[in-house]
Design a protein around this ligand. Structure first.
Ligand code: SF4
Length: 338
């Protein structure tokens, strides 16, 4: 057996195979076969993960790149990934690592202990599970997050949010922050674009918020797919209704890629309209991504309206938040600031 294989968590015996209970696909996997994510394999009717330590991508990033704008600004995060994904998004920017199985292109072998040691040695305040889909390397993420917590390093999950509630509750005990892709607000398009179900993502968002994991949301606006402004308004209404008005929302610009190479870039006017809609619906921190757009990268006080954090790309240029409050009027700014 491959040395990176480990017995998986969250599965049960099922007629002539096993049923994986990690994500809402709930794959039924026969002996010798793998699930939809290609990351979990049935060996002699015991479910194994193929993704434990065999990292395909590792780098030190500014935390703003995740994107996380209200979480330890100006700090470094040690970002790691193992191949695989529960989704098959037509627009995936990272399809070379998300649509392969974990044993195909791994570059490094790092135990959870080594990951934490590396982060400490390089003055990273956090470890980010990112680039591919961290849910498919759940066991590795969990063990690393537990060790990181013991060592005083924060952990971040950048995810499509496609995970069942029981494993989510367990990892939430150790995660400090998450950015969840909310790709659109239409079940039919969600299925067609990603292979997943919108409702499951909404449940993940609510659970992370309830469990106190710092949460930010990214919404990629793809022309002809996810640029319907009525649907964007419905999404914003839902966020407001579910007490998520202070969760930063990042509208991101689409660039032609993978199976949507013939779709044009998002028109900046559409992104501006989405921002207006989000503000009209009461969302307090709305940002843009993948686009140079002055002011829409900056944070303003929701009470006195003064500039609090000026950003340029992934850099923080000015920061007037003191102990989580506006320097000018003492209004609380939601986030984890130090
Ligand atoms: S984690 Fe993978 S194997 Fe398990 S249910 Fe989801 S797609 Fe299937």
């Amino acid at each position: 057996m491959n040395s990176n294989y480990r017995k998986a968590l969250y599965w049960e015996q099922y007629s002539d195979g096993v049923k994986c209970k990690l994500c809402p696909h709930e794959c039924i996997i026969k002996n010798g076969q793998s699930g939809i994510c290609k990351s979990r394999i049935n060996i002699d009717n015991i479910l194994h993960t193929k993704a434990f330590g065999n990292i395909c991508s590792a780098s030190i990033d500014p935390i703003e790149k995740k994107p996380l704008f209200h979480f330890l600004p100006s700090t470094k995060t040690f970002s790691i990934a193992i191949e695989g994904c529960t989704f098959h998004c037509l627009n995936c920017q990272n399809f070379l690592i998300s649509q392969t199985e974990p044993t195909e292109i791994s570059k490094y072998n790092l135990t959870p202990t080594k990951v934490v040691e590396f982060a400490l040695k390089n003055n990273c305040n956090s470890i980010s599970f990112t680039y591919s889909e961290p849910v498919v390397f759940y066991e590795y993420m969990l063990e690393t997050a537990i060790l990181a917590k013991q060592s005083g390093i924060k952990t971040v999950m950048i995810s499509n949010g496609y995970i069942n509630n029981i494993p989510l509750l367990e990892i939430s005990k150790y995660l400090d922050a998450a950015n969840i892709d909310l790709k659109c607000f239409d079940e039919y398009i969600y299925k067609k674009l990603t292979g997943g179900k919108l409702n499951s993502i909404l449940e993940t968002i609510k659970t992370l918020k309830e469990k106190g994991v710092w949460l930010e949301i990214t919404n990629l606006i793809i022309p002809q797919w996810t640029d319907n402004l009525s649907s964007i308004r419905e999404m914003c209404k839902w966020l407001f209704k579910n007490n998520l008005s202070e969760v930063p929302l990042h509208f991101s610009r689409f660039y032609p890629t993978y199976k949507l190479i013939d779709i044009p870039h998002t028109n900046p006017e559409t992104i501006n309209s989405a921002i207006e809609i989000a503000k009209e619906e009461g969302l307090k921190y709305v940002y843009t991504g993948n686009i140079a757009n002055e002011n829409n990268e900056d944070t303003f006080c929701t009470f006195c309206n003064k500039l609090l954090v000026k950003r340029s790309g992934f850099s923080v240029i000015e920061n007037y938040i003191l102990s989580g409050k506006c320097k000018y009027c003492n209004n609380e700014v939601k986030g984890i600031w130090s």
